[in-house]
Write a protein that binds this ligand. Sequence first.
Ligand SMILES: [Ca+2]
Length: 156
Amino acid sequence: MRIRTMAPAALAATALSVSLLAAAPASAATARHQGGLHLGFIQYDSPGRDTRSNSSLNAEWVNIHNGTRSAIQLKGYKLKDNTGYTYTFGSYNIGAGKTVKVRTGQGTNASGVRYWGQGNYVWNNTDDKARLIKPSGSLQDSCSWTRSDNGTKNCH
Ligand SMILES: [Ca+2]
């Protein structure tokens, strides 16, 4: 798999924090997400062969990032793929600026990680679209990819 780094984003955030916003306008993509709850990195292609082992299933994951300044209760939020596989959050309070990772396989939920509990892969390796849906049913965020994204998509 390709190793990716958050450094450019972190540097950009630092640059913004020490300069006037008017002097350093954020890109459209950054501006779109600065204040919102959104999809972050997605490891849609589990590294290595797709053996369907639980560890391989759990190496397929989606990050959700809270870009707001307040905690958000995720209960009733949903993740959906193109096929219609749906993960529904139970009670989970995501703090301001925090990330929660939803892994495809089975495991014990903990702070920062939730387990979908699937016995097969959810996110298609060739092309797919992740959707984060509010409890009301309206779309909070979506992010799509193709094979050319090489297994990991940065949806920030
Ligand atoms: Ca996959």
